[in-house]
Design a protein around this ligand. Structure first.
Ligand SMILES: C=C(O[C@H]1C=CC=C(C(=O)O)[C@@H]1O)C(=O)O
Length: 451
């Protein structure tokens, strides 16, 4: 295929990194495309879909990567700014072009290697190939570097061939049925920690809320396949962010209902989600449970702590007025939450990743006050959280737009082993057994998708 004129001109004007965007005349559905990438790209892929499905991203290959916790804030901002200048892009279309996909660890000072391997400090990567579905319309992005005009033609042709091979690859063989074994990790100890946390909150007037997570270990008879798990999550967990991040044999995967931050060039949008109750078996029971949640004082407090802290942090990153919407119920298949979206005009000069770092961890995953709760968690949760509860999503290297969810309702999987995480907000009125039941419900989305 002939090198587009625009690329040769860009090279001559000094560009050495390129991101070529084009509409794909026809494409299979996103999950079929993701499955087909397994032969060549397993271990270096990502998948992302927003709750309303207006954006789906499938990335393959790693052209460049960064481990965010190894960079200072300044170095990260510098990296982002440099890339805006040095990558040539032929279009400006949100969700296409050069973007980093990945996430941050929950707490980089409390690492957890066991199953997370190279993901324990978080990871972002620029894919070599990406297919984006914008409102269902497929686009490809080819990312490459070139050191001479001849190299530019070679790299361009190489990416075209790789894309063709991906699109035409056969579907992998049907996976054998899972045979799962689950093991509760330190449940008795966790219940004791909940009681100690309640006592600490009652005692210390400064500690208001701590989110405690627990883990469920799983093993499967066969190695995990991310496409199969994503398919099940897509069927079962509507209106969630679907995500998968692969690095070698490690896979961080989940279906999170919680937006952390969406940034367009003009606006920032976030959400306060906390306070939980089960879904009912009938519409009437479901409504009754929803009303109970809206009126329940313990859950209102748990949620209000989140709203107050996010509103304070969010105020720093927006210009003009903060728009707080009234509380509604966010309902997913297994659980319902209190939900308050916040919106504002994005302050000029703010960096999306820096804003994400400022919001994280919100009291929906950390607690209140932020630092005290983070230290409390590090002391009382013997195993670190890896990327569970951390920001996961994408940021454009072209215009700094992007979106991050909170990496909950998720699991880390590696070969035939895995670990599911679920947390719950502990306040002065919490009861250990009720919190255990809540975390059992929060394990359900991943358990069902894995089994
Ligand atoms: C920490 C989790 O959920 C958070 C998000 C929504 C509701 C929550 C709650 O009611 O405790 C948690 O703050 C999790 O699912 O692992």
């Amino acid at each position: 295929m002939k090198l587009p004129e625009a690329l040769a001109t860009a090279y001559e004007t000094g560009y050495r990194e390129f991101s070529w965007i084009a509409e794909l005349p026809q494409a299979e559905d996103p999950l079929t495309l993701f499955s087909k990438s397994q032969h060549t790209y397993k271990g270096q892929r990502f998948y992302w879909q927003t709750p309303a499905q207006e954006l789906t991203l499938i990335g393959c290959g790693q052209l460049a990567h960064i481990i965010p916790s190894q960079l200072t804030d300044l170095a990260l901002t510098q990296f982002m700014n440099d890339k805006q200048q040095t990558i040539y892009t032929n279009r400006n279309l949100t969700g296409t072009g050069p973007l980093l996909f990945g996430g941050l660890p929950f707490n980089q000072d409390h690492p957890e290697k066991t199953l997370w391997g190279p993901l324990d400090q978080g990871l972002f990567y620029l894919p070599a190939l990406m297919v984006s579905f914008l409102e269902g319309v497929p686009y490809i992005t080819l990312n490459f570097k070139a050191s001479s005009l001849a190299d530019l033609t070679d790299q361009w042709q190489l990416r075209q061939k790789e894309l063709q091979a991906w699109l035409e690859a056969p579907l992998p063989l049907e996976e054998e049925t899972a045979e799962l074994r689950t093991t509760e990790i330190n449940l008795e100890k966790w219940l004791t920690v909940v009681e100690q946390t309640v006592a600490a909150i009652k005692e210390k007037s400064s500690l208001k809320k701590v989110v405690l997570a627990r883990q469920l270990a799983i093993t499967n008879k066969h190695p995990w396949q991310s496409a199969t798990i994503l398919k099940r999550l897509a069927e079962q967990q509507q209106a969630t962010y679907l995500f998968a991040l692969e690095k070698e044999q490690h896979l961080f995967i989940g279906a999170s209902p919680e937006r952390l931050l969406q940034g367009t060039e003009a606006d920032y949008t976030t959400a306060c989600i906390a306070g939980s109750i089960a879904r009912g078996n009938t519409p009437a029971e479901d409504d009754r449970l929803g009303q109970e949640l809206l009126m329940d004082e313990k859950n209102q407090l748990e949620h209000q702590i989140v709203v107050d802290q996010i509103a304070r942090d969010f105020q720093q990153m927006i210009a003009e007025e903060l728009v707080i919407q009234p509380a509604t119920l966010l309902k997913n298949r297994d659980i319902q939450h209190l939900h308050v979206p916040l919106r504002g005009k994005r302050k000029a000069g703010t960096s999306l990743l820096e804003s994400v770092k400022q919001l994280h961890p919100t009291p929906a995953l950390g607690g209140q006050p932020k630092e005290l709760a983070r230290d409390f968690i590090a002391q009382h949760e013997p195993l670190g959280r890896g990327m569970y509860g951390g920001p996961i999503g994408w940021v454009s290297l072209q215009n700094d737009c992007g979106e991050f969810a909170v990496g909950i309702r998720s699991a880390i999987l590696s070969k035939q082993k895995g670990c599911l995480y679920a947390g719950c907000g502990i306040v002065a009125d919490s009861a250990a057994e009720a919190e255990r039941q809540e975390t059992a419900i929060k394990f359900q989305p991943m358990l069902r998708a894995l089994d």
